[in-house]
Ligand binder design. Structure first.
Ligand code: NDP
Ligand code: OXD
Length: 309
């Protein structure tokens, strides 16, 4: 039995070691060395080449190395009827929650503006609100957005969230669907994006969306770069309509040196590090799903290809 590992950004050595401890009989093959394709029962992938998942006659499931699956649905040809799973894990959620809280607090306490003042040796106090007076809005109330929204509500923020289907979350005002979008934006002073990238959410942060936020709002993007129309975001920052932004994800990664975001005042750039898949817990999930399939049960954390997440 073999697993086909395909990723240019994850360490095959770390994953091979993690599988070796849990399931020594599982042979980890690293793309493009697929060996006898009939042995391969699972493919563990991040942005696989377009044809890499075809012609694997005994493939039982395709596991995304990340929580997001946009890298798979973009231009990879997927074999019919083979389930796709994504990475859902308490450690991944905890790391993402920390990062979301870190940067919402930074925007709330006006850190991007103080960082802009520091090289100018400018000692000036900016007006400050209390957390209960600050309206935070979370785009996406799934595993990650839901956890972040709950934790932010615990800090005393006035938190709302927006999802495709309506949610009920204690301490969080929930909006849903197209009708809920504008009312959600109109009350959001710090907007945190934790949506998946799908055809429905591509470019969702655009001129119209940014204009619907109160003037002087801040934006934290931990979802995907494809959610943002970058020229519209830059224009909103330059005009002062948007006070600050924290950007962890970009349309082109690594962010090219010539990107204006590197030099844009009141913007914090981080290199797609909000939350990182841990090979130990990731391998546990894959092994658990192999066991479920053996028992004739469906794998956990399957995505719905019809909605793309
Ligand atoms: P989930 O699938 O658990 O949640 C997705 C949420 O988005 C759900 O609430 C869903 O609504 C909502 N949603 C999806 N489409 C729409 C839409 N068209 N309109 C409104 N709401 C929508 O995903 P996770 O929380 O696990 O992950 C979210 C994303 O975070 C990942 O897809 C990935 O892009 C990103 N990520 C980024 C990382 C980083 O390091 N920067 C690390 C890990 C993930 P509903 O509840 O109704 O289905
Ligand atoms: C993910 C990511 O989707 O790291 O897990 O972006």
């Amino acid at each position: 039995m073999a697993l086909l590992f395909i990723s240019k950004v994850d360490s095959p050595e770390d994953w091979t070691r993690a599988f070796g401890k849990l399931m020594p009989e599982l042979e980890v093959r690293v793309w493009p060395e697929a060996g006898n394709k009939a042995d391969i029962e699972v493919a563990l992938v991040w942005r696989p080449p377009s044809e890499a998942l075809l012609d694997l006659p005994n493939l039982k499931f395709i596991a995304s190395l990340g929580a997001g699956v946009d890298h798979l649905f973009r231009d990879t040809r997927l074999p019919d009827g083979v389930p796709v799973t994504r990475f859902v894990d308490d450690d991944l959620t905890a790391m993402m929650t920390e990062y979301a809280v870190l940067h919402v607090l930074a925007c709330h306490r006006r850190l991007p503006e103080y960082l802009e003042m520091q090289p100018k040796a400018e000692w000036r106090e900016l007006p400050q609100s209390l957390a209960r007076e600050r309206k935070v809005g979370v785009l996406g109330l799934g595993v990650l957005g839901g956890a972040a929204a709950r934790k932010l509500a615990g800090f005393g923020f006035d938190v709302a969230g927006w999802s495709r289907t309506r949610k009920v979350l204690p301490g969080v005002t929930c909006f849903a669907g197209a009708d809920g979008f504008k009312p959600f934006l109109a009350r959001t002073e710090i907007l945190l994006c934790l949506l998946p990238l799908t055809p429905a959410t591509e470019g969702i942060i655009n001129r119209e969306t940014l204009a619907a936020l109160p003037k002087g709002a801040a934006f934290v993007n931990l979802g995907r770069g494809g959610h943002v129309v970058e020229a519209d975001l830059l224009a909103a920052l330059e005009s002062g309509r948007l006070r600050a932004a924290v950007l962890d994800v970009f349309r082109t990664e690594p962010l090219p040196p010539e990107s204006p975001f590197w030099r844009q005042p009141r913007v914090i750039v981080t290199p797609h590090v909000a939350s990182i898949t841990n090979p130990e817990s990731g391998a546990r999930k894959v092994v658990e799903n192999l066991a479920r399939i053996r028992r004739g049960e469906p794998p956990l954390d399957q995505v719905d290809p019809s909605v793309g997440y």
